[in-house]
Design a protein around this ligand. Sequence first.
Ligand code: SF4
Ligand code: SF4
Ligand code: SF4
Length: 198
Amino acid sequence: MSHSLIDRIDALLPQTQCGECSYGACRPYATAIAEKGEALTRCPPGGVKTLRALGELLQQDVTPYIDTMAATTRPPTVAVIQEDLCIGCTKCIQVCPVDAIVGAAKLMHTVISDDCTGCRLCIEPCPMDCIDLLALEDTPAEAQRKADKARQHYERRQTRLEPSTPIPTTAAEISKKDYLAAALARAAQKRSSRESNE
Ligand code: SF4
Ligand code: SF4
Ligand code: SF4
């Protein structure tokens, strides 16, 4: 499957990165549409606008799904933290897919409004119930600018969260890994036999 089709589908998704499509984020949903013919109706933040755009790109008649999609379309929102209630637990920072929350342990946290996609993922983990969602009325140009930024922030976060130790792939790397594992096992064996003799 050409990457350009996935890119073109991804470009039409709102980049909320909410996971409501059940693919965890926008890019995997775009891939599923391109590679598995996944339904075009799985994105509530994109709603009817996204459904129509996807239908046009993929030359699918989406008319039968417009009413259902209109009923499930989720209007854009932005999260706001009631800072006087925040206990600085960092749970919201850990789940934010686009790094839109700043704060440190035991210190007040704040949402960077311009970066927040309104994905809602921070609401449920907050033990103080101090994150609210406010309605947002961006112009189409503003919404597109934020979507492009959200894509970049999501990708940057994914790169940061990737394991820093490369997975061994070549025969030499695998045998080195086996050697290390065997050495660790031998050391553990020696330690336990020493402890049982004491
Ligand atoms: S906005 Fe949410 S539901 Fe729509 S494609 Fe992205 S992750 Fe999936
Ligand atoms: S601040 Fe909350 S609603 Fe906004 S992007 Fe981050 S997790 Fe989503
Ligand atoms: S999850 Fe709630 S209490 Fe914890 S840091 Fe975030 S806003 Fe503050």
